[in-house]
Design a protein around this ligand. Structure first.
Ligand SMILES: [Zn+2]
Length: 434
């Protein structure tokens, strides 16, 4: 299928941050094959998208979530992280079935596509159910699999689960025409013991996949780790070989100067989750300082149970404002830096080197945003408009791998009403047993 986007004002998100006006984008199958002012004679489109008066940008990338936790949206609020997990979330998760994870993932994916997100990094259970949802919807994702925290441990035993994990990581790497990637999940240094941390590190090396971990999220996580290991969680990661892999670390709220230098040296990609960190009272990650040091953070929503949406526009808005307020400095972070976190840096956090920017040769993961809403009028600077004024409802069209997943605000691969009905039914059953 050949797709042409006409009259496109493109925010490329490449290194020089070009904004190209009134362009034609040609997409052959899953790839961008041409960007220019004129329609090329060699290209015969099967379909044409008119992007007049809209912004064409790379799809947003949600670099840390637990997609199927949409089922637990608003189930447990106003509690600190430990009580939120132990009292609100774990008892429900203990009863999750394949069907529940599928319905929760479908709901999360529908919400993400509608709000302009084209890819996400997921840490959850019953991965096969998530894979089915990804296959059916067309979104891009990286699924993280825990060596022994997987839901297969009971059934297969520890060794069997390790073998299953390795097989899952290898067989789903670059699956579904490159839409799926895999990574090793380490939930956290506080839930996973030291031998397991070493094992996970080796597994990542053997399978050449990145590691996805929650790190330095709360003050108590760091204090308890120092009591247990005599060092911070990041230092434990260095000791156990984790940092010798590519690491995408969610939160990184409570990091001291030494930890931050370690992150820089080992090229750890921190994922900023401002909603979750504020909702759970965890604190403020010093993202401006990390950027100043040359670290390139990504952005994520975390699960919908601690956000409580999967809306990356809301997340960009918060990321752009909280640091200015907290530091009493309106230049602490700018809109361009926040957009990079949500696009090009996100692609790196997910281990995809062929999306996150709009350029010839890259995958066609594209979000097209209307500029004619009340909240976007008058329209001048697209960067400011996207970060400070845009809402999820302004998203008009979404493409992943060259496929149109939303057109004129209508999802093309998902029956929205059915998804809502099925998810509500799953949630009702889960809540009735708790
Ligand atoms: Zn999380």
């Amino acid at each position: 299928m050949n797709t042409m986007i006409k009259n496109a004002d493109i925010l490329t998100m490449d290194d020089d941050f070009s904004i190209l006006k009134n362009q034609v984008i040609c997409i052959e199958e899953d790839k961008i094959v041409y960007i220019g002012e004129d329609e090329p004679f060699f290209f015969l489109p099967n379909r044409i998208i008119n992007a007049k008066n809209k912004i064409v940008m790379p799809g947003l990338i949600n670099s840390h979530t637990h997609c199927a936790m949409t089922l637990m949206r608003n189930r447990s609020n106003d509690l600190p992280l430990e009580r939120w997990l132990q009292e609100g979330i774990f008892p429900i998760e203990a009863n999750l079935t394949y069907r529940d994870v599928y319905c929760g993932a479908m709901l999360g994916i529908a919400e993400m596509i509608k709000s302009g997100t084209t890819a996400y990094l997921d840490m959850y259970y019953i991965h096969e159910a998530s894979l089915e949802a990804i296959a059916n919807t067309g979104i891009r994702a990286n699924l993280s699999y825990g060596v022994s925290t997987s839901s297969r441990v009971k059934e297969l035993g520890k060794q069997g689960a390790e073998k299953y994990c390795k097989n899952f990581l290898l067989s789903n790497k670059k699956a579904m025409k490159g839409r799926v990637n895999t990574s090793v999940e380490i939930h956290s240094v506080y839930l996973v013991d030291e031998p397991e941390l070493v094992l996970s590190s080796q597994m990542a090396k053997e399978t050449d996949t990145l590691i996805h971990i929650h790190l330095h999220e709360t003050q108590s996580e760091v204090e308890n780790c120092i009591k247990r290991y005599g060092m911070t969680p990041l230092q434990v990661c260095a000791k156990t070989g984790i940092l010798n892999n590519k690491v995408t670390a969610a939160h990184t709220v409570h990091v001291n100067d030494e930890d931050m230098l370690l992150m820089k040296e080992k090229k750890v990609i921190p994922v900023h989750n401002p909603s979750s960190n504020m909702l759970l009272g965890s604190g403020f990650a010093d993202i401006p300082k990390m950027i100043e040091l040359g670290i390139k953070p990504a952005l994520g929503t975390d699960g919908a149970a601690s956000n409580n949406t999967l809306d990356m526009f809301k997340e960009m808005h918060l990321a752009s404002l909280i640091h200015k307020g907290y530091k009493m400095d309106s230049s602490a972070i700018n809109a361009q830096q926040v957009l990079c976190m949500a696009t090009s840096s996100g692609a790196k956090a997910l281990g995809f080197d062929d999306c996150g920017i709009i350029k010839t040769g890259m995958k066609a993961d594209i979000t097209i945003v209307n500029t004619d809403s009340l909240n976007m009028t008058p329209f001048y600077d697209p960067v400011s408009a996207l970060v400070y004024s845009a809402r999820a409802a302004d998203v008009d069209t979404v493409l992943v791998n060259g496929e149109i997943l939303m057109k004129d605000k209508q999802l093309t691969t998902i029956d929205e009403e059915k998804v809502k009905f099925d998810a509500a039914k799953s949630a009702a059953r889960l809540y009735s047993t708790n």
